[in-house]
Design a protein around this ligand. Sequence first.
Ligand SMILES: [Zn+2]
Ligand SMILES: [Zn+2]
Length: 255
Amino acid sequence: MMRYDFHIHTEYCGHAPGMTVEAICRRADELQLDCIAITDHIYHDESAGHIDKIRDDFSKVSCSVPVTIGAEVDVDSDFTDGRLASELIDGIDYIIAGFHYVPTVGNYPWKPEHCSLDAATFMRVWETTLIGVVSNPCVHTLAHPGRLLAAAIGPKVNWAAAMEVFKKAARQSAKTRVAWEINELTGQRLSAEFKARWHEIYEIALDAGLKLIFGSDSHEPQLIAQAPFSEQLLSRLPAGSLSTPQEILEWKKSL
Ligand SMILES: [Zn+2]
Ligand SMILES: [Zn+2]
């Protein structure tokens, strides 16, 4: 189990039943976590109002654990430049960029059959979008780096070419101080082949001087701060590779 969890969804996203703000806070208190961030999806301008509802709910509960109200803002799949799907993010204390959809097509690929682009075209739009996402200084954290790539291309991915793209993205992230997320939910979705080399993405991040942050991406209370995949991944990285949320927030502030 992790001491903190900086990626938690609520029932306002429509696919996390039982995740009321009260249930999240109760669970964080039970686990005596150091801090959490509630980071629900912002899919578009209309869903940005969820964040106000979460703030309102939070004002009515008592919670011993410090809570940051953030958001996981979708990347706009109508474009290939990594722009976010909503600009209504001023005043949100922690912004995770969620790159979920195939650029130009717009669907969520659970497996390669769901990606209608050929591999070369996908790689081209994935690269420009990824670089665009991490060029945005409003973004604190790149959510689950590589998840979309693994889902959309699968075992046929050119791993070496993908790692070169991650190196470019890491250099850009160092300039804008975008942290990369170790995301537990991703581990539940990766094949064994990907799991075995997933730490290589984070070695690239560390080589570029980036900070790493943990998020469970939980959609149910029992999964908050749970991290079997993330702990295994971290065991393959140098000790102390994981930053605290305070370090991530201060790193961005000092930009
Ligand atoms: Zn996500
Ligand atoms: Zn998420």
